[in-house]
Structure formats: C-alpha cells, structure tokens
Design a protein around this ligand. Structure first.
Ligand SMILES: Cc1ncc(COP(=O)(O)O)c(C=O)c1O
Length: 401
C-alpha cells in the first residue's frame, strides 16, 4: 500500500465516522482538474464526462473563472443583500439577456431557485383567489430536496420517507399533453417542468407537451416554470433548452453550470412574474454574494464568448453519432437527449457495471437507474475527447456484453 492509498483510507475512515451517508461514493479522491480532465490522488488521469453532475460546463478550473475568484477573494468575499453588489448586477444582466427574462433572484443552488419560483407562483395565485395554490408537476420530475422542491419531485423513493409534503401538488403523466391539459384548472398557480428530465434518465419533453403546458397556463392564469438547472447555460445546444422548443416560460430556474463550479442559483422571471416578490417576501444571506457572482460572471462570459452552446451542438452531434454506433453494435435500446446532455438506454441492467469499468479505465460517466448511462461532458470538449470517450465506452460495453 503506498502513501496516497493510506491517505485515502484515512479519509474514508473519517467519512465513516463523521459524514452522514447521504451518498454512495466511488473509491476515488480527485485532487486536480483542468479542462475536461481530472487527476486522482495517485496521479491517474480521467476524462470527465459528468463534470460534477453538469456543473463544470466551462471545464475544470477554467482560467477566467480561477482568475475571477482569486481576484475577488483578495478584495471582498461577502457583504450582504442589504447593500448593492456590482457582480450580482452583472450576473443578472447576462442571465436576463440570454434567458429572455426581466429580473432574477440570486441564491445558492438549484433547489433554492425552485423555492423562489414556488413562492412567486403561490403569492401571485393567492392574490387572485385564496385557493389558487395548486402546483402541477410531471411524473419522474426532479426539482430538489428541500420541502418545497421535494414536494414537486414526483418520485416515490425521494418523497415517501419524508411525508407529509407541501400540499396542493398535482402530478401529471410525462409527455401526455392531454392529461396535462385536463389536470390544469383555475386553482393552478404554477406548472413546473424540466424541458429534459435529467435525473430520470435524460427524457426529453415533446414539443406538444410543453405547448400544452403553455396553453393551459394561459387559459387558467397560471405561471409556466421551466426548471433549466441541468439543461441551461448551453448544455443542450441552445443557451436555454426552451429556446430549442420555441415555448416561452414565465420563470426559469437556473444553477449548476452558471457558477463555473461555485455554488450559485437563479430564479429568472419575466413580466408580471418578475415583480411579485417584494422586500420581506424572500431572502438569502449568501445568495448573489460577490465571490460566487464573480465566478458566475466569468463562467457566463466564457459560455457567450466561446459560443459553448454552438460547441455543445456540434460535439453533441458527433458524440451522439458514436453512441448510436455503439448502441447498435451491442444491441442496446436507445440514445436520447439534446446537445451534450445525452443518455444510452441499455438492454440489460448493467449501467453501474459499465460506469465502474469506465472509471477504472479513466472515463467518468454516470449510471442513472439500472439501465441508463448519462453523459454530461464539459461544453468545451473537442473531437479528440469524443473519440477517447467512445473508445473507453466501447471497451466497457464489450466487457459486459
Ligand atoms: C432539474 C434539476 N432541478 C433541481 C436540481 C437541484 O439542484 P441543486 O442540487 O443545486 O439544489 C437538480 C440537481 O440535480 C436538477 O437536475
């Protein structure tokens, strides 16, 4: 056993003693990252096609993000939302411009972005009539783990142990425009949908489903909220996935890639929805602070200036083509997703084995459920990265064939 192994064993021992076991963890500790690669504590290199579950869209330690954090950390780390914060204003301007929204509320995570969206829907609804409090969500959704967001996460395994949840949530079947239309009435204050359900195994919404949601929201004076926490900031080949669908929401929740690796989230709204929250309605001590916003402004500028949505579209097309070839070679079922948010549905429940073999071979991918492999590479990848990932995936799939 070498020194680094001993250090990792010590870390694992401390975890066992002192860290709540909310995650099953692979036996790896990453020490360094650059672009599309990570290095572990033994110096082994990994091609990262998961990037912190869709967070490091601009790649690991992008120089512009690192410089912004370093400079800001040396000047001012935190004040509070009782004062103006120039970096927050800059992030808000970029997000509104790219998202086609008017105003944002900045917070610290995707979950918090959804909490703000829920409060906007409920406050607006109750002002119209006291029982206009119903939130419509889709089966298989994932919106976060706090009580509001969890109540919108229509998956039994997440909800059942924590019941009772927030009331007045109606669940509709995924991609069933008629069922959605039928479920919405005048008591609905908000409809929450992911344009592509990420945690459910990368299931894209149909255009008809999102259109039905828009029409139902208009018909019953509800707000349409798209959770773009995983799909946003270029990942699907558009800056926001809704732009590829041509269905415009009233509110978007954003997080993950917007911070370049630093925790930050945003609830962006347009029109009337942007004016609902007033002083005292909602808040956050840390949200929109100078450090996180410096990182986010840098990451968002990189996404714009380097046209990462365009790269996601181009590299997504070639990666998808390669995945299709592997799918048909090994008799797997389906490749789905958009841009660089892709998944392969396997014919056997071996996704965990494939991800484990890939990890041993220096490729990080994600098993989501028993039979789905999810790929969320950084948006800066080149053809060489795609080729390397496909070669390693081929080996892993061969081993379980
Ligand atoms: C679509 C979606 N919504 C919400 C969340 C929760 O975001 P966070 O973990 O930043 O709170 C996630 C996280 O995976 C997500 O994918």
């Amino acid at each position: 056993m070498n020194t680094t192994q001993t250090e990792l064993d010590h870390t694992i021992e401390l975890y066992q003693q002192h860290v709540m076991t909310t995650y099953g963890r692979a036996r790896v500790e990453f020490e360094r990252g650059e672009g599309a690669y990570l290095w572990d504590s033994e110096g082994r290199r990994y091609l990262d096609f998961l990037v912190g579950i869709g967070v490091n869209g601009v790649g690991h330690c992008h120089p512009a993000v690192v410089e912004a954090i370093q400079k800001q950390a040396a000047r001012l780390i935190h004040t509070s939302n009782l004062y103006y914060i120039a970096q927050q204003a800059e992030v808000a301007e970029i997000l509104c411009r790219q998202a086609g929204m008017d105003k944002v509320f900045l917070c610290n995570s995707g979950t918090e972005a959804n909490e703000a969206a829920i409060k906007i829907c409920r406050k607006r609804g109750r002002a119209m009539r006291p029982d206009k409090t119903v939130l419509i969500v889709a089966e298989g959704s994932f919106h976060g783990r706090s009580y509001g967001a969890l109540s919108l996460t229509a998956q039994e395994k997440y909800q059942t142990p924590f019941a009772p949840l927030v009331p007045d949530v109606r669940i509709v079947p995924w991609n069933d425009p008629q069922a959605l239309w039928d479920a919405v009435d005048d008591r609905a204050c908000g409809i929450f949908l992911e344009p592509i359900q990420g945690e459910m195994g990368v299931r894209p919404a149909s255009v008809e489903f999102l259109q039905s949601a828009r029409q139902a929201a208009d018909e019953h004076a509800a707000l349409l909220v798209f959770d773009e926490i995983q799909t946003g900031c270029g990942r699907t080949g558009d800056y926001f996935a809704y732009q590829g669908y041509g269905v415009i929401p009233d509110i978007i929740s954003i997080a993950k890639a917007m911070g370049g690796g630093v925790p930050i989230g945003a609830c962006a709204a347009r029109g009337e929805a942007a004016e609902i929250l007033q002083p005292g309605d909602h808040g956050t001590t840390y949200g929109g602070g100078p450090l996180a916003c410096s990182a986010a402004a840098a990451a968002l500028r990189v996404i714009e200036n380097e046209d990462l949505p365009g790269n996601a579209r181009r590299m997504g097309a070639t990666f998808r083509e390669g995945l299709e070839a592997l799918r048909s070679k090994f008799g797997h079922l389906e490749v789905r997703g958009r841009g660089l948010m892709l998944a392969m549905v396997l014919a056997k429940p071996v996704a965990k084995d494939v991800a484990g073999l890939a990890l041993e071979d220096g490729l990080i991918i994600n098993a989501i459920g028993a039979d789905v492999l999810r790929f969320l590479p950084p948006l800066i990848i080149t053809q060489e990265h795609v080729t390397e990932a496909l070669q390693k995936l081929n080996c892993a799939l061969e081993s379980v064939a």
